[in-house]
Design a binder for this molecule. Structure first.
Ligand code: AMP
Ligand code: ZN
Length: 492
């Protein structure tokens, strides 16, 4: 029997602000859409926090036996500076500044994003559609919204008429914003804008002369508004109504609010049943963000090549650090926090690796069935990974007691505990078996030996040899990092 039949998952729905029983539209199948990255720069660790959480959601749904279609898009056009309707397209701007083609920018940062996801052990989504690959469908959706009377054209640009929509629907249903307040708070039009009302948002923008990314349309040579691509691609691949839509909290307004308005105008039905939003990753008590320069890149953590941390950390440790926090809470990034996670992570992994060495006993001193239920209950409670981890550590404690011959498990319980630990640690949380990755620690041993020889060479002032060791290791993808507590390394 599929596990989902015996596990009632609850999801905190941002739309209703309550935890609800998860009931997919079609039994056994889940459609999930997550807003993907805008590929105008490297994804930072904050972006990765959000994507990593949805990777765990995807992994758990698969573990429960659902057939999941997971769509995560690539935003490669239409996302303007400051998330607003004015200003330059982020990708166009980067292309102009670097004097390269916009598609070179897109290619470069899409490749980088995929490289990060691979290093951090993400499962690939079922479909990864791009905005530029769906211009035709976006133009069709705009036509439909105009026909229905909820959008208007001015000087080659098309805007969604928020006040008109709000007469029959609720603009603000997700974010809780009131149209009256928006009118009050949005800065008055400066005469430059074509909008009827400042809270209206762009569906199509006429491109000015320096805008390089442009497509022909019935209204002008221009480009689609940022919110449109997600309405189009989610409807195309998941249908007019689908199960889960995710993203970071900062996307609730205006992005997701506008998505609802666009999709609902066309289909007449509620587009998404469960809206899920992750909270922000902070650095120095501020939101990690590219625009403010307050960020660290995921690959910089692996190489140790950054100004924030005193040493490199493995991808599995960073994953563990992320999962130690509830996705709806803010999470503070720091070297100390990562070091604490590293300690916990190695305790967990040591225990998992010790499992095959345990000999079954005649009796069990630990209630494995109950413990297993606790693990599932934690994940069924809105993917509560920190509570799951606390249960995994109950098992770690038992394994360590068995090591000291202070506890025992029957063969059946040992097998159930082993299967459950493996399922949650590797399949669901996506942590990595680093000892198998590096061939049972042999590479670690060899690199540590070379670090020792390099240290001796430096003590003997044999700089040529010490540099040779460092450079040849770099050529093999192994980076040494000298820190206060000695030399550490990372393998790329
Ligand atoms: P972007 O590439 O800017 O469109 O963002 C990609 C995803 O990362 C979105 O879901 C954002 O909400 C999310 N995000 C951006 N900054 C952070 C942060 N500091 N912490 C967590 N998620 C973030
Ligand atoms: Zn989106």
């Amino acid at each position: 029997m599929e596990l989902y039949k015996e596990n009632q998952l609850k999801i905190y729905n941002s739309l209703t602000k309550s935890k609800e029983d998860f009931k997919p539209i079609t039994e056994g199948y889940v459609g999930m859409y997550v807003c993907g990255p805008t590929v105008y720069s490297n994804a930072h660790l904050g972006n990765v926090r959000t994507f990593m959480f949805f990777d765990v959601v995807y992994r758990y749904l698969l573990h429960l036996g659902y057939k999941v279609r997971y769509v995560r898009n690539i935003t490669d056009a239409g996302h303007l500076e400051n998330d607003a309707d004015e200003g330059e397209d982020r990708i166009s701007k980067k292309a102009r500044l670097e004097q390269i083609e916009p598609m070179e920018v897109v290619q470069m940062y899409t490749v980088d994003f995929h490289n990060v996801l691979k290093n951090y052990n993400f499962l690939p989504p079922s479909i990864e559609p791009t905005a530029t690959g769906h211009i035709v469908e976006q133009i069709e959706m705009i036509k439909e919204i105009i026909e229905k009377g909820f959008a208007y054209e001015v000087n080659g640009s098309v805007y969604f008429d928020v006040l008109e929509y709000n007469k029959s629907s609720n603009y603000g249903i997700l974010s809780g914003r009131k149209v009256e307040d928006l009118i009050h708070n949005t800065r008055a039009l400066d005469g430059q804008s074509d909008k009827k009302n400042p809270q209206d948002f762009a569906l199509w923008k006429k491109a000015d002369d320096r805008h390089i990314m442009r497509w022909p349309s019935p209204w002008s040579d221009g480009f689609p508004g940022w919110h449109l691509e997600c309405s189009v691609m989610s409807t195309k691949y998941l249908g007019e109504s689908f199960d889960i839509h995710g993203g970071g909290m900062d996307l609730k307004f205006p992005h997701h609010e506008c998505e609802i308005a666009q999709s609902q105008t066309c289909s007449g039905v509620k587009p998404v049943n469960y809206w899920m939003h992750t909270n922000m990753l902070l650095l120095n008590s501020q939101k990690m963000a590219k625009s403010t320069g307050n960020f660290i890149l995921p690959n910089e953590i692996l190489s140790g090549n950054n100004t924030i941390l005193s040493k490199a950390f493995s991808a599995s440790v960073v994953r563990f650090f992320n999962m130690q926090a509830n996705y709806r809470s803010i999470l503070d990034f720091s070297g100390e926090a990562l070091e604490a996670s590293e300690k916990g992570h190695s305790k967990l992994m040591e225990a998992v690796h010790f499992l095959p060495k345990i000999a079954a006993g005649k009796t069990s001193t630990f209630d494995v069935k109950n413990w297993k239920k606790d693990c599932y209950d934690a994940m069924n409670d809105d993917f509560n990974t920190p509570i799951l981890i606390s249960h995994l550590f109950e098992a770690v404690k038992v394994i360590n007691q068995i090591k000291e011959q202070k506890a025992s498990l029957t063969a059946e319980d040992l097998s159930e505990l082993t299967t459950t630990m493996h399922a949650f640690v590797f399949d669901v949380l996506g942590l990595m078996n680093e000892t198998t990755q590096d061939n049972s620690g042999k590479i670690t041993g060899v690199v540590e030996l070379l670090i020792k020889l390099r240290k001796e060479a430096r003590e003997n002032k044999d700089w040529a040899l010490s540099d040779q060791i460092r450079d040849e290791l770099i050529a093999l993808g192994i980076q040494l990092k000298d820190g206060k507590e000695g030399t550490t390394f990372s393998i790329n």
